[in-house]
Design a protein around this ligand. Structure first.
Ligand code: SF4
Length: 204
């Protein structure tokens, strides 16, 4: 299930996410994650910047930590994979109406990007990933993923989505013995969601 609230961390400095990654890396070494997260939230004034209440911020960041921790654990196995797919959320398209020239193919199921806008986040992600040899899917929802994974036999999958969906997707990949890497959205919602392209590029 996606979060029951919207958030936007896209204006938060990149250093903040490096701090989160560091906490994730250290997660299994000590049990002070909760206290550390509260300190990071206070230091980066996350509540003031996002307008979220503390419990929602903590929920998002706990998911970030868990996802980053999983990425660390899976990284070596993922790097050795050859047949890979990238799953992108359709809500990160520049347009959610007819101005988006992508066509939805229900037989896959995925939108096929027509590369109509050079500044579209999805366009950039698709072009880069395909250049790296990935099969790329632009999905209207997580329910499409099992169908794609059963039809194809990927060794590695990179997923971009909100934290809760990524955790569910991670469970599915583990049950299918597929190596995964996950990138959480920094801005959620039904449209104009966003993720960090640099993070995506570094994982691909
Ligand atoms: S670049 Fe692709 S995803 Fe973005 S608006 Fe155009 S067709 Fe849609």
């Amino acid at each position: 299930m996606p979060y029951k609230f919207t958030f936007d961390l896209s204006k938060i400095p990149r250093f903040f996410f490096k701090e989160i990654a560091m906490v994730s890396y250290q997660k299994d070494m000590h049990k002070k994650v909760g206290r550390t997260l509260h300190e990071i939230i206070r230091r980066f004034r996350i509540q003031e910047a996002t307008g979220l209440n503390l419990s929602d911020v903590v929920l998002i960041l706990e998911d970030f930590v868990e996802i980053q921790g999983r990425n660390f654990l899976e990284k070596d196995r993922f790097i050795k994979t050859r047949e890979r797919a990238l799953f992108l959320p359709h809500c990160s398209r520049k347009y959610m109406d007819s101005r988006c020239r992508a066509v939805f193919d229900p037989s896959i199921p995925s939108y096929i990007c027509a590369h109509c806008s050079s500044d579209c986040l999805i366009n950039k992600a698709v072009s880069f990933a395909e250049g790296k040899g990935y099969d790329v899917y632009i999905l209207p929802g997580g329910s499409c993923i099992p169908r794609i994974l059963k039809a194809k036999h990927y060794e590695g999958v990179v997923g971009v989505s909100c934290g809760e969906e990524l955790k569910q997707g991670g469970e599915l990949l583990r049950s299918m013995r597929i190596a995964g890497q996950a990138i959480p959205l920094v801005k959620n919602g039904c449209a104009n969601t966003s993720f960090n392209l640099e993070t995506l590029y570094s994982i691909l």
